[in-house]
Design a protein around this ligand. Sequence first.
Ligand code: KG4
Ligand code: ZN
Length: 342
Amino acid sequence: MLVLGIESSCDETAAAVVRDGRELLSNVVQSQIDIHKAYGGVVPEVAARSHIEVILAVIEQALRDARVSWDDIDAIGVTYAPGLIGSLLIGAVTACTLAVVKRKPLYNIHHVEGHVYANFLLEPQPAFPMLALIVSGNHSQLVLFQNHGDYRLLGQTQDDAVGEAFDKVAKILGLPYPGGPSISKAAELGDDHAFIFPKAHMQGQYDFSFSGLKTAVLRRAQQVCGVSHDFASIGLAALLNDAQRNNIAASFQRTAVETLVDKTVKAFEEFGPASVVIAGGVAANSELRRQLSQRLPIGITYAPISLCTDNAAMIAALTYYRTKLQQPADPYTLEVVPSLSM
Ligand code: KG4
Ligand code: ZN
């Protein structure tokens, strides 16, 4: 079965063709990072307009790269939640229209669940029960999958997502957007024990909180620069020298990653899953990969970085398993949902 996946929930316009939920035939991602960089973050209206400009070309490229025609496509899967409403709408309206015109069954796919399915594009595929640590710009959660479509949310962030914390700390330190890769690069040159930052203790043993860590970084940066608590964070970057910046980045990254790994190890010990996967943009972080490999007794599945950040291959992979479990959506009534947990 050949599935065309379409993804436009944030600032990547993406289309991909996947065979039987495991074989990647094409994966086209048109990133808007260069457009949003100037603003230090994603501007929703600009994102939506950029999606419109490129989405049809991206889909055509995905079909060309896979060397397939519309006749070969058996189903279309599209991200309908969660994300920026304007961005989601472009992908959804395009997918609905194509489903009607090309007479293809359409499946509405949850973006965060989709991230997990990047790991099903690898061989061997993860075994169930599977523990998934999902860490992106908007989500930080631990989910236990008994099977496809059968999962339980063990815990999630109660405030900021870990990727959001990376992005905000990068802004404080004057490192370029997106913050994750910049922090990671700066951290390589820093001492990760230069500063001790607090770890939040949550009531739910698998819940996370990253907003206190971000504030602790801000306070420490203000202290290092010798300014008071009401000094605007935007002015700090100019006062920090490279060593201070790298040390704060390394210490922040170690603390954020340790928090994720502590809970993943705890969940592993409680539930004894057959596999552990990490998913979402922050899964690209090499310190996270290093700590997990060191502290888990079983090997962990890593998707290549191009499949960790937003893409449509993961959406196409999940769509295949969804076709076994649910009826297609109605392309005339499908609505997008900007905020919806798994
Ligand atoms: O999954 P994703 O591409 O988009 C969302 O669904 O949010 O994740 C983007 C997030 C951003 O916060 C970005 O800073 C973070 O993933 N990220 C990283 C790395 N690469 C991307 N965080 C830490 N280390 C990285 N190497
Ligand atoms: Zn994502």
